[in-house]
Design a protein around this ligand. Sequence first.
Ligand SMILES: CC(C)(COP(=O)(O)OP(=O)(O)OC[C@H]1O[C@@H](n2cnc3c(N)ncnc32)[C@H](O)[C@@H]1OP(=O)(O)O)[C@@H](O)C(=O)NCCC(=O)NCCS
Length: 156
Amino acid sequence: MTDITILQANLEDLTEILQLQKQAFKTEAELHGNYDIEPLKQTYDSILSDFSTHSFLKGIYENKIIGSIKYRSVNDATWVGKLIVSPDFRRQGLGKRLLLEVEKINPEANKFQLFTAASSIQNIRLYESIGYKVCNKYKDEAQAGLEMVEMIKIIK
Ligand SMILES: CC(C)(COP(=O)(O)OP(=O)(O)OC[C@H]1O[C@@H](n2cnc3c(N)ncnc32)[C@H](O)[C@@H]1OP(=O)(O)O)[C@@H](O)C(=O)NCCC(=O)NCCS
């Protein structure tokens, strides 16, 4: 774990991050038997567009990107998304480190918010373990009516 460095990602990292995203969400798709999810279908142009509105962090091990997260501050809220860790490096705390790094980088935020699939019990538990709470449930029509939850962590 100590050999993993977290840095800001740049434009040149996007191809590798997108590749890791597809690999990371494949296990999520297998778990729920649903491959019709946006992270598996996202194109390079789409992640490039995300890069113009969001910052990305990358977790590096031996020059390879093994984790990533994106975030964006809007007024007093920081929105977090696309938390991914390579299947080979899971359950070692990197997901939590990436989430906490976003909080450290955004000390002015009053709240942190994210969306995740309602069926992703393990992900919800990870977010709850660092203070997020489910605040809303809805169906995402852009993802074939996939049931989603919105989670929020209030800081002040
Ligand atoms: C969600 C995801 C990023 C989590 O990454 P991760 O690095 O495994 O996360 P962490 O290691 O911080 O925490 C995961 C679990 O490992 C446990 N863990 C952390 N360090 C550990 C260690 N040293 N030994 C054993 N378990 C450990 C945590 O307690 C947590 O357990 P819990 O689920 O029982 O509460 C990863 O599973 C992933 O990429 N999933 C696919 C994409 C996805 O669904 N992303 C979220 C979209 S909203």
